[in-house]
Design a protein around this ligand. Structure first.
Ligand code: PGA
Length: 247
């Protein structure tokens, strides 16, 4: 059984002042689980000695390792600035930057081979949900990774899978607990077919009100928090509720 995981995804938001406020606050508290900050790339180097009890992660990784690829970010660079995690397959990357399953799978294997923990995001569109295609979309997104050449030769590991239904991201309401639990059971049984298992996280409009029910669910091992993670007061209360902060 893994500790509960809270992942802050700043997206194209936050600033260095926010990072230092979190650094100051989390110095004073003890966390009962794992906290990860997925910072925008330019801020990664400002993590330095970091936040006690928390880990650094990147929101983006390119599939190249070196050479003439202006603007790209390599796994080695992420490792050099202290990243332990990297977010892959986020629907905003899939949608705005045309990242497909094959590219995401390549990045997954690359990240692992550099010792990074990929947070593999999966999720169906509203249209897929309305036409009852959720499971087939998720199956395709997961199988692209686990059946990829190279995946099977990676050391055995527990995957971190974040279920983020596209229709719940940046929305007013999160998916219902019943839906999340159903998807969790589906994902675990699919992964079992490949001899794998996951720390199953949920993302999509997680806030201080709905995080407790997710925290209490036996089917959910973590949450991925977007907008609320750049709101200092709001995010502190999510961490407080999910990771039982003690002074
Ligand atoms: P949201 O974003 O919490 O703002 O809905 C979640 C995500 O995209 O990771």
């Amino acid at each position: 059984m893994h500790d509960f995981l809270v992942i802050a995804n700043w997206k194209l938001g936050g600033n260095l002042d926010l990072l230092s406020r979190y650094k100051q606050f989390f110095q004073k508290v003890t966390l009962s689980g794992d906290l990860v900050f997925l910072l925008p790339t330019p801020y990664l180097g400002f993590w330095q000695e970091g936040i006690s009890g928390a880990s650094l992660g990147a929101q983006h990784l390119d599939a190249y390792t070196s050479g003439g690829y202006t603007g790209c970010v390599s796994a080695e660079m992420l490792q050099a600035v202290g990243c332990q995690y990297v977010c892959l397959g986020h629907s905003e990357r899939r949608c705005h930057f045309q990242e497909g399953d094959d590219l995401i799978a390549r990045k997954y294997v690359l990240a692992k081979s550099y010792g990074l923990v990929p947070v593999l995001c999966i999720g169906e569109s509203r249209e897929a949900r309305d036409t009852r295609l959720t499971e087939s979309v998720l199956r395709q997104q997961i199988e692209a990774v686990v059946s990829r050449d190279g995946f099977q030769s990676l050391p055995k590991h527990t995957m971190v899978v974040a279920y983020e239904p596209v229709w719940a991201i940046g929305a007013k309401e999160a998916a219902s607990i019943a839906d999340v639990e159903k998807v969790s059971a589906f994902v675990q049984s699919l992964l079992a077919e490949y001899g794998q298992s996951a720390r199953f996280c949920y993302g999509g409009s997680v806030d201080a009100d709905n995080c407790l029910a997710l925290r209490r669910s036996a089917f959910v091992s973590g949450v991925l928090v977007g907008r609320a993670s750049t709101d200092y007061v709001h995010f502190k209360s999510i961490v407080d509720r999910c990771l039982v902060v003690s002074n």
